[in-house]
Ligand binder design. Structure first.
Ligand code: DGL
Length: 263
């Protein structure tokens, strides 16, 4: 048993889609969530910058005495996971490798930020386990600002989604990985655009399955039988974080603090 919290981070509110999956599978765990809203978006930044931001956040979470760190950001998973693993001894789980290990499909689409797509991480990781899978990748850079501006249910969102995803009408895919953690917030609009026959894959689910196995195997689960607590940190105005998060996550039930990071 290990009653310390699980640390989890993203550039903003997108990682809450991962936290939701963790809560479903590991409801008795306590969580400390960090949203780096002051420095979002990560998806248009260099690898060096994303690694530096991620390292600072990992150090912050380690100082909060967490037992495990979850990179709930597709871009940081693609750009910083290897570096973080080398530099820190605390266990770190990303969203790409647990998903790539589990999915089996001949034709997979991946949508994510520009930085993630450019890194080719999804394709490389999928091919480690399924070398014959055909992977088609597409960056959808406007999806993150739509979510962060609170436009997920606005009438402009289906237009933007159509503009990007009509690309897949010509390409035979049977499943689509939502490779940026903000994208599951647009899941219904994406599904409407692509049609029900295409399966949408939320990598947060696979990350949570992997984490549960890891905690069980290493006897690190929390001992409580009641629901765990969450403490939120945001690197910019916590009201902003709260207002956007509240549209899809019941954040009013929990403590939220502002924690500024060095630029
Ligand atoms: N949720 C982050 C991701 O998964 C958003 C990236 C960004 O900040 O641009 O990639």
């Amino acid at each position: 048993m290990d009653n310390r919290a699980i640390g989890i981070f993203d550039s903003g509110v997108g990682g809450l889609t991962v936290l939701k999956e963790y809560q479903k599978l590991l409801p008795h765990e306590n969580y400390i969530y960090f949203g780096d809203t002051a420095r979002l978006p990560y998806g248009s930044k260099s690898k060096e910058t994303i690694c530096n931001f991620s390292k600072q956040i990992v150090e912050f979470l380690i100082n909060q005495n967490v037992k495990l760190i979850v990179i709930a950001c597709g871009t940081a998973s693609a750009m910083a996971y290897n570096t973080l693993q080398k530099e820190f001894s605390i266990p770190i789980i990303d969203i790409i490798s647990p998903t790539a290990k589990q999915i089996k499909d001949d034709n997979i689409g991946v949508i994510a930020t520009k930085a993630t797509i450019k890194s080719n991480s999804w394709e490389e990781e999928i091919h480690k386990y399924s070398p014959n899978t055909h992977v088609t990748s597409l960056a959808c850079p406007l999806f993150v600002p739509l979510v962060e501006e609170g436009f997920a249910t606005s009438e402009i969102t289906p237009l933007v989604v159509k503009k990007y995803l009509s690309y897949f009408h010509e390409i035979p895919i049977s499943s689509l990985i939502l490779g940026c953690t903000h994208y599951p917030i647009l899941e219904n609009v994406i599904q409407d655009e692509l049609g029900k026959e295409i399966k949408l894959i939320n990598p947060g689910t696979y990350s949570a399955i992997y984490a549960k196995e890891y905690l069980m195997q290493n006897k690190l689960l929390h001992s409580q039988s009641s629901d765990g607590n969450i403490i939120f940190y945001s690197s910019d105005n916590e009201e902003y974080f709260k207002n956007i998060a509240e549209t899809f996550f019941p954040i009013h039930n929990y403590e939220i603090h502002m924690e500024q990071m060095k630029a």
